[in-house]
Design a protein around this ligand. Structure first.
Ligand code: UGA
Length: 437
């Protein structure tokens, strides 16, 4: 099928590569010249395991091309995927949907009457209906085939998730649109991946609901961690035990410094804002608490540091990790960086290390001190905080660490081999439990 993918950030670049891999002819459209140049030269422009390799293969196949705007080649495209960002609006909890409106406006002059437009971005429920009406006005077509097809990929496993999702969800208002989506995803459907058809609003809400549920699970276990910390219990052991109940499940119950990234934090806020607009704010008012629990976990690290070091003024603290999760260079709403800011605000100096994400940190937050060499980063520090669970940190042999001023490490992700670090002379503290040396 000839398709276009509009917006080539995390979602769009991955989707474009995935669709080419399925055998479709894909035109990727992105107005930012640097992104286009990067993609054409085989670099997605962000770190995602396996993506650049697959991008190179698909570029070489000739099925995948990139351009900065629509042109005559868009006129016979059968399916346009819209993958633009919907970030949090400045000064509000709501999502900024302006990129979607621009994408629709740019597409309208080239849209064939029977072509299908599939929105993949995460949007406030009701957005698709507005976009559909806009498209009708702009094109003058009597019917427009707009569907909502939310994406559930996770950073770090984005390509694999795009090609083998748990389910495909398609909110469609007519049979033709549904058939086109079935056709584009035929290899996945043949693999047994469920294809769920809903109305537009349900499909939009499925995505917001899924992310709200995931955020709730994480904050639930972090709330239990708060209780564990003052009662002598261990939140990780608790999660392990309750997770055996299939109704609860053991995934997304890792307690620690909490969730970050470009999705969960902004999506729960956008859902609260949308519910408020719809007059049912009370329904998800509890998400305010989910957000607060999450933010409190970052404060907990500062409390532990102060308990151990007294005044933080003039102290040096190494923060291991800058990305919001391992296998990603994304530092949006990163718990690790938030902790670094809190350390600096308390009068200490945070030294930030990350195996991949430091160039982004230096660009966005030049005020932070960073160190690229892991062993050098330890020299002269009064404490270490593990904030992102990169394999490099899990595998680090503490016996090879030298030059620290004070052997204290706070495990913010509950991943360290505690006895190994203790044997190397470190005092180990962890979130959700109390470890006494
Ligand atoms: C999330 C969802 O998992 C995807 O399904 C969704 O498609 C995506 O948002 C999106 O809306 O685009 P992602 O943000 O890539 O994916 O990362 P997650 O794996 O969900 O992790 C989010 C945060 O939660 C990370 O900071 C991670 O460290 C934290 N987390 C995760 C925990 O603190 N505990 C856990 O048990 C799991």
């Amino acid at each position: 099928m000839k398709i276009s993918v509009i917006g080539l950030g995390y979602l769009g670049a991955t989707h474009a590569v995935a669709m080419a891999k399925l055998g479709h002819t894909v035109i990727g459209i992105e107005p930012v010249p640097a992104k286009i140049e990067s993609l054409k030269s085989g670099h997605a422009g962000f770190f995602e395991p396996g993506l650049d390799e697959e991008l190179a293969i698909q570029l070489a196949s000739g099925r995948l091309t990139f351009q900065s705007s629509h042109d005559e080649s868009s006129r016979d495209v059968q399916l346009h995927f819209i993958c633009v960002g919907t970030p949090q609006l400045n000064g509000s909890l709501a999502a900024d949907t302006s990129y979607l409106h621009s994408a629709i406006k740019d597409l309208a002059p080239y849209l064939a009457e029977d072509a299908v437009v599939a929105g993949k971005s995460t949007v406030p429920v009701g957005t698709a209906a507005v976009l559909s009406a806009e498209l009708k006005t702009l094109t003058g077509h009597s019917t427009v085939n707009l569907v909502w097809n939310p994406e559930f990929l996770r950073e770090g496993t984005a390509l694999e998730d795009s090609l083998h999702p748990d389910r495909l969800v398609v909110g469609a208002s007519n049979q033709h649109s549904q058939d086109v989506l079935r056709e584009v995803y035929a290899p996945m459907i043949a693999e047994g991946i469920p294809f769920i058809v809903t109305d537009l609003a349900t499909a939009e809400l499925v995505k917001s609901a899924a992310n709200a549920f995931l955020a709730t699970k994480i904050s639930f276990i972090n709330a239990m961690a708060e209780i564990a910390e003052v009662s002598g219990a261990d939140a990780s052991a608790l999660a392990h035990a309750i997770g055996y109940d299939e109704r609860i499940g053991n995934k997304f119950l890792r307690n620690g410094v909490g969730f970050g990234g470009g999705c969960l934090p902004k999506d729960i806020r956008a859902l609260m804002a949308r519910a408020e607009e719809l007059g049912v704010g009370q329904s998800v008012a509890y998400l305010k608490e989910i957000d607060k629990i999450n933010i409190r976990r970052r404060d907990r690290v500062i409390t532990l540091l102060s308990q151990e070091l007294g005044s933080l003024s003039g102290k040096k603290v190494l923060v291991l990790g800058a990305a919001f999760k391992p296998d990603s260079d994304d530092v949006r709403d990163s718990p690790a960086l938030e902790i670094a800011f809190l350390i600096n605000a308390a009068g200490a100096e945070a030294i930030v290390h990350d195996p991949i994400a430091l160039s982004g940190v230096n660009k966005k937050h030049p005020e932070l001190t960073t160190e690229t060499d892991l062993h050098k980063a330890f020299i002269g520090v009064d404490a270490v905080v593990l904030a992102t669970e990169w394999t490099d940190y899990r595998n680090l042999d503490p016996a090879t660490v030298s030059g620290v001023s004070n052997k204290l490490i706070i495990d913010g992700r509950n991943v360290l081999d505690v006895s190994r670090w203790q044997n190397a002379g470190f005092k180990v503290l962890a979130l959700g439990k109390t470890i006494t040396n």
